[in-house]
Design a binder for this molecule. Structure first.
Ligand SMILES: Nc1ncnc2c1ncn2[C@@H]1O[C@H](COP(=O)(O)OP(=O)(O)OP(=O)(O)O)[C@@H](O)[C@H]1O
Length: 247
């Protein structure tokens, strides 16, 4: 049965599997996942209609599939664009800049915690955060501690909402993040923490929260809020989670 398989076939299968896995990582945690489920169900019906030789249904589903494919490209144009951008981005772009960004971010968190300035900062990983960035004010600024502090300063025009960071760039401020539905686990926390939890649940972003009330620094990841961190611990966690891998 396996006599006709040559190394090229194995390579072919491995490449397809890798492409599917990368595609999954890209959409996991975004609204595209639900659509992907819908597409799979649709494909299952289509296959079943073909196997059962239900020709009218098969024809109809085939036509709908073609139109649907175009519709998906239109609906997910932002995600597709972000995916292509990511593909074209060199892996080790600005390794030095990554560690500089990490220092600036940690310094800003430390100072804001000392002064009890509330802050909410989402750090993008694989899942594109473009749709959340567009809910706020788009920026494209070099990440620096004074800039972050200025953004979150009380009465500053963009202090309300979250900031989105991509590597060493601040891409948007005053963004609206999805609130996590309260199941009682984080009853003690208000909307800033629930917005961090919500975004980290729907995407793979790491979300940094500085509490205005407590002056604490915490990270939300995968829908869970981590413990209070010292600035050294924050630096280590961010190095582990973001800056070592991606920049
Ligand atoms: N959906 C949201 N997306 C982004 N930011 C939000 C959202 N909802 C609230 N915020 C931010 O959270 C602030 C209110 O925080 P609130 O005091 O309710 O939360 P908290 O979790 O108790 O935080 P803190 O400990 O800092 O007081 C708002 O002023 C706004 O900046």
């Amino acid at each position: 049965m396996f006599s006709g398989i040559n190394p090229r076939d194995i390579l072919d299968v491995l490449l397809v599997a890798a492409a599917i896995y990368q595609g999954y990582l890209l959409v996991s945690g975004t609204r595209a996942v639900n659509v992907l489920r819908g597409v799979l169900i649709f494909a299952a019906f289509w296959l079943a209609s073909s196997l059962l030789q239900l020709s009218a249904l098969n024809y109809l589903l085939g036509r709908a599939g073609t139109v649907g494919l175009f519709a998906l490209v239109v609906v997910f144009q932002p995600e597709l664009r972000a995916a292509l951008e990511r593909l074209g981005r060199p892996r080790n772009r600005g390794a030095g800049r990554g560690s500089a960004a990490l220092q600036e971010l940690s310094r800003a968190a430390e100072r804001m915690a000392e002064r009890k300035t509330g802050a909410l900062i989402a750090l993008e990983r694989r899942t594109p955060l473009g749709e959340y960035a567009r809910s706020g004010v788009m920026l494209d600024a070099v990440l620096s501690a004074p800039f972050l502090e200025a953004l979150f300063a009380r009465n500053a025009p963009l202090h309300d909402g979250g900031v989105i960071v991509q590597g060493d760039r601040v891409v948007a401020a005053a963004c609206l993040f999805p609130l996590q539905a309260s199941d009682g686990t984080y009853r003690r926390y208000g909307t800033r923490h629930r917005a961090a939890l919500g975004l980290s649940e729907l995407t793979d972003a790491v979300v940094l929260v500085v509490s205005e009330e407590r002056g604490s620094i915490r990270l939300a990841l995968a829908g869970r809020l981590g413990p209070e961190l010292t600035v050294g611990e924050l630096r280590d966690r961010l190095r582990e989670l973001i800056y070592e891998d991606d920049l």
